[in-house]
Each structure stands twice: as structure tokens, then as C-alpha cells.
Write a protein that binds this ligand. Structure first.
Ligand code: PLV
Length: 330
């Protein structure tokens, strides 16, 4: 594939990530655990899968892209735009840590800081789409993103081979794009009987609030420190999937403290640093939530291998980790 300036473009921008068995996590949960290491993607998270795919479909004739983001969608959009030879404008809310703003600039993006939460930044991105004629890159609500993210599951199926099937899949939910992609992937490989555990933090819980209300609702504010899970409204498709009998989706919450503790344990045991948004999923293992779901009969007592999507994230370094510890006083 050639772009406008004649550069040869890769078939896709993401890489096939490692699928690692975690002995220490298996000890915590009492069943085999496989980690899909999306933290090792270019740009630091799974977001590159969907955003790479979307940009290849929509941005080849573009004069530039604009993406609203809590951080990681922006990192992916900036990376892809740079590879495609396009300018990128990334709009982030003021809650985005300075370290992410710097990393976005290092990817060559123009960064605009607008509003308090992602929803505010998104308003500005939509405005720039209109006024500047840029290609809008949504962070989670688009079928092209879900199609790109679905490759996580097809890769896992290829790695595990025909005889092994996960007992459950663990994902973090922000706006629900990753969840929709995982659902798509499970359908693609015929694993619709594999339950999904959809994790959010208290205070960034738009899916859980929707499930409880029985309809899509908008949160008043994002009070969690897991800002990359901080969309006030979950995408309609993700909510609809929780209401359908085609797949089992269990929506669960952990506290910021539990997510932070999970980030630290993961760093100690796996030697990998991920952000709080990812810690929300890991906490399901470390906090005993999986075992509780088994005790409650919501997951089978004898569970097949647990597949953990290690979504990754760039909003973290040792200094930020110390800041979070101080803020959350653990
Ligand atoms: N983060 C989005 C939305 O933020 C963003 O703009 O980067 N894990 C990580 C590390 C993430 O960055 C995100 C999304 C998620 C999980 C959740 O993915 P989603 O939004 O597709 O459910 C407001």
C-alpha cells in the first residue's frame, strides 16, 4: 500500500503480541492464566489495532487527523499519523498527566488541552473536524476500531491452537471499544460461550452504571484516577451487548486502591509497568474477585485458562506511580 507521498505503508501498524503464561497470577487465581501483552504494542497499548485499521480505511486521503483521548488513543493516533506522513492533533483533558502530553509531542503530535474530562476534549475534537477539515479519530466508538481490536482474540486463538479455549476473558472498560472488539473477536473464532469480565474502577464506571440502570446513562463526573477509563457515557453497542443473551458479560468494579495495588503487584511479579486503567483488570485476579465470582456461581468452579488482556497504557512512570500512591494513600 502506498500513501500520498509515496511512502510504502505496512499492512498494519500493530504487532502480534506475546501470549505469556503467568505462574504467579495462576497461583493467585487457582487456574492457568494467560497474559496477552498489549503493553508491548507500538504506542504502548492495544489502541493501535483499532486506530491503525480505522486510519487505513479513512485517512489515506486526509490532510490530517484529530483524536480526542484520555491519552492512549492519542498515542496510537499520533504514531499512525507519523507513519502515514500526516499531521496529528490530539485533544486531551486537563486530567491527562504531563508525562503523556510530552510523549504525545515526542510522537510529533500537536497537543491541545481542553476541558476537565475526555467528553469535553471530544467536543473540541469534533469542532476541529468541522472547522479544519481534519479526519476525526474516535477513541472507542466506531465499528472499524472494534474490527481492529478483534485481532487480539484471533491472535490468541492462533497461539493457543484448536484444543485450548479460555475459561473467561478479562478486559478493562473505558468507553467500551476494547470490549466491543473482544466480543467481535470471540464471535469471529466461535468462542461465544466464553464469558467476559468487564472491569472498571469506581468513579469511572459508565458501563456498570448503565447495566444497573438498564439503559445508557451519563455519569456526572469522573472521580477515579484511572483517567483512561474516564468516559462519562459508554458506547451504545457495548451496553447493548450486555443486554443480549448471545454472550455473557459480567460487569464488575474495583477501587482505585485495588487497581493501584494490582499495578504494583504486576510490576513486582511480571516486571512490567502498566497504568491504572489496565490495573483495573489485573485487580480482578489479585483482589480475589475471580474467586468470588466462582463462589457465587457466576463463573464455573473449574475454570479453563483465564485470558487477561494486558491493555497497557502510557500514563505511567515511576514518578506518576509515586504520585498516585500519595493521592490514594495506600
Ligand atoms: N482509553 C481511551 C479513552 O479514554 C483513550 O483515549 O486512550 N486500557 C487503556 C490503557 C486505555 O487507554 C483505555 C481507553 C482502555 C483500557 C479502555 O478502552 P475503551 O475506551 O475502548 O473501553 C477516555
Amino acid at each position: 500500500i502506498k500513501n500520498e507521498i509515496g511512502c510504502t505503508m505496512a499492512k498494519h501498524f500493530h504487532v502480534n503480541t506475546p501470549l505469556l503464561e503467568s505462574i504467579s497470577m495462576s497461583k493467585h487465581v487457582g487456574t492457568t492464566v494467560f497474559l496477552k501483552m498489549e503493553n508491548s504494542q507500538p504506542s504502548g497499548s492495544f489502541k493501535i489495532r483499532g486506530i491503525g485499521h480505522l486510519c487505513q480505511q479513512r485517512a489515506t486521503q486526509s490532510k490530517g487527523v484529530v483524536c480526542s483521548s484520555g491519552g492512549n488513543a492519542g498515542m496510537a493516533a499520533a504514531y499512525v499519523a507519523r507513519k502515514m506522513g500526516l499531521p496529528a492533533t490530539i485533544v486531551v483533558p486537563s486530567s491527562t498527566p504531563q508525562l503523556v502530553v510530552q510523549r504525545l509531542k515526542d510522537q510529533g503530535a500537536t497537543v491541545k488541552i481542553v476541558g476537565k474530562v475526555w467528553d469535553d476534549a471530544n467536543g473540541e475534537a469534533l469542532r476541529l473536524t468541522e472547522t479544519e477539515g481534519l479526519t476525526y479519530v474516535p477513541p472507542f466508538d466506531d465499528p472499524l476500531l472494534w474490527q481492529g481490536h478483534a485481532s487480539i482474540i484471533t491472535e490468541v486463538a492462533a497461539s493457543l491452537g484448536p484444543v485450548v479455549k479460555p475459561g473467561a476473558v478479562l478486559v478493562s472498560v473505558g468507553g467500551g471499544g476494547l470490549l466491543c472488539g473482544v466480543i467481535q473477536g470471540l464471535k469471529d473464532v466461535g468462542w461465544t460461550d466464553v464469558p467476559i469480565i468487564a472491569m472498571e474502577t469506581v468513579g469511572a464506571d459508565c458501563l456498570n452504571a448503565a447495566v444497573k440502570a438498564g439503559r445508557v446513562v451519563t455519569l456526572d463526573d469522573i472521580t477515579s484516577e484511572a483517567k483512561c477509563l474516564g468516559a462519562k457515557t459508554v458506547c451504545k453497542k457495548a451496553f447493548e451487548c450486555t443486554q443480549s443473551s448471545e454472550l455473557t458479560i459480567i460487569s464488575e468494579l474495583v477501587t482505585d486502591q485495588q487497581a493501584l495495588h494490582a499495578v504494583e503487584t504486576f510490576l513486582d511479579e511480571e516486571r512490567v509497568l502498566v497504568e491504572l486503567a489496565c490495573g483495573a483488570s489485573l485487580a480482578a485476579v489479585y483482589s480475589g474477585l475471580i474467586r468470588r465470582l466462582q463462589d457465587e456461581g457466576r463463573l464455573p468452579t473449574v475454570l479453563g485458562p483465564l485470558l487477561v488482556i494486558v491493555c497497557g497504557g502510557s500514563s505511567i512512570d515511576m514518578k506518576q506511580l509515586a504520585n498516585l500512591k500519595h493521592k490514594l494513600q495506600t
